[in-house]
Write a protein that binds this ligand. Structure first.
Ligand code: ZN
Length: 413
């Protein structure tokens, strides 16, 4: 993707004096004269930054402004060790809300909407981002946070919420609950803004079948503001990423080489205006591609990335074969008898890697054994090994309020 002229100018301005403002970048770009970055090609020679670099700067080593300019911090989850802390200036907080309000606009949300926000509040960036954008747009925020399904459904009915913000797994859980309790007629939802998780077509279809809502896929991560740096439009043809705030590259996760538009690889983001913790060529580990060509919505100043196809670190190695959950999902999508829900368990059996694949059937009238055999055969032919597939009843696999864990690796426990 060709860098826009205004993006290059903004990047050059940002690089100016960056090493003086930020000890983090003084170290990272040691021996590099940032004044030499004059073209896109020069920029593409700069080293990447990674979550590990950010972690090493814990707690506030990423800050590129004096203490008095920091008004808030957010933190990404620390499940894999030290968390990353991102400091925000007042301007960063405002810029984030501007981007988020734009997301709602693209989704057709208006000041007459009532926006039911289920993502969590706190150190995590989710809930507060959904709320700030909603308030800036002028819609009514209903700041639920996650959990307590009874209360969610009660408030949704009493307030007549028209927009639901949720992860796709929680939206599915709520939708199934609405269906089970036969509340469809009492629910006024017309739009679903969901994100922060790759979600297969089957989940979307199932939510759409139950709720009949228009769905918008939102993108973002705590390190780069939070959710709200991009969203899909009415064309449902990828997520527009705000080119005035973020520069997107897609790289080969193995070699680091920048890939041409249309090829799948890892998303690398550079913030164009961030003050508190600017990020230069940050490796997200999210896998996607730049959607080539023009979008029919006409907003072509904001390039599109495809629905996330996984995380580069979700890659499983089985019998020496690299496998992504997305591949398994694609195969499952071809079976009408399989629901959206599945679980992969990797274990060591008799000295060999084994994949057990649990798949929910769409109904009890499906031939469980036949379906399991067909799925195993399809995985064998498309991926190269045979999983032990077991088909189970609908609703048996766990649903989660956050991100549903689909791969459980028991080989090293
Ligand atoms: Zn569009």
């Amino acid at each position: 993707m060709e860098m826009q002229a205004r993006q290059l100018e903004t990047i050059k301005r940002q690089l100016e004096g960056l090493k003086d403002r930020s000890p983090f970048y003084a170290r990272k770009f040691e021996g590099i004269d940032l004044g030499d970055v004059r073209t896109q090609a020069d920029f593409e020679k700069l080293p990447f930054s990674d979550k590990a670099d950010l972690r090493a700067a814990y707690p506030l080593g990423l800050s590129a402004v004096p203490e008095e300019e920091i008004v808030r911090i957010h933190s990404s989850s620390g499940t894999t060790g030290t968390p990353v802390i991102i400091p925000y200036t007042r301007k960063d907080v405002e810029d984030w809300a501007v981007q988020f309000a734009r997301c709602y606009e693209y989704a057709g949300v208006t000041p007459l909407d009532r926006v039911h926000i289920t993502p969590g509040y706190g150190l995590w960036t989710a809930g507060i981002g959904f709320q700030a954008g909603c308030e800036l747009l002028g819609a009514m925020a209903v700041p639920m946070g996650p959990g307590n399904t009874d209360k969610q459904l009660q408030m949704m009915q009493d307030l007549g919420s028209t927009v639901l913000c949720a992860t796709s797994s929680y939206a599915l859980l709520l939708a199934e609950e609405i269906e089970r309790r036969e509340l469809q007629d009492k629910i006024k939802l017309r739009k679903l803004v969901f994100g922060s998780e790759r979600s297969g077509d089957k989940i979307r279809e199932r939510i759409h079948d139950i709720l009949g809502v228009e769905m918008y896929d939102i993108y973002g991560l705590t390190e780069v503001y939070g959710p709200g740096i991009g969203i899909s439009c009415d064309q449902n043809a990828g997520m527009h990423v705000w080119s005035d705030f973020v520069y997107v590259e897609i790289i080969d996760p193995q070699t680091g080489e920048v890939l041409p538009d249309g090829e799948f690889g890892e998303i690398v983001l550079t913030t164009l205006r961030k003050e508190g913790a600017p990020l230069i060529r940050f490796r997200t580990h999210d896998l996607s591609r730049i959607v080539p060509g023009e979008c029919a919505c006409g907003h072509n100043e904001h390039p599109r990335i495809d629905t996330l196809s996984g995380r580069s670190d979700d890659m499983m190695k089985i019998h020496g074969v690299n496998v992504f959950p997305a591949q398994i999902e694609e195969i499952l999508a071809t079976f009408a008898g399989a629901s959206s829900e599945y679980q992969i368990r990797l274990s060591h059996l008799d000295g060999r890697d084994t994949m057990r694949l649990y798949v929910e059937a769409v109904s009890g009238s499906v031939d469980f054994n036949g379906l399991a055999q067909d799925i195993s055969a399809a995985v064998k032919s498309k991926v190269g090994f045979t999983p032990l597939t077991k088909v189970v009843e609908l609703g048996l696999l766990p649903r989660s309020e956050k991100k549903t864990k689909r791969v459980i690796d028991e080989r090293y426990e």
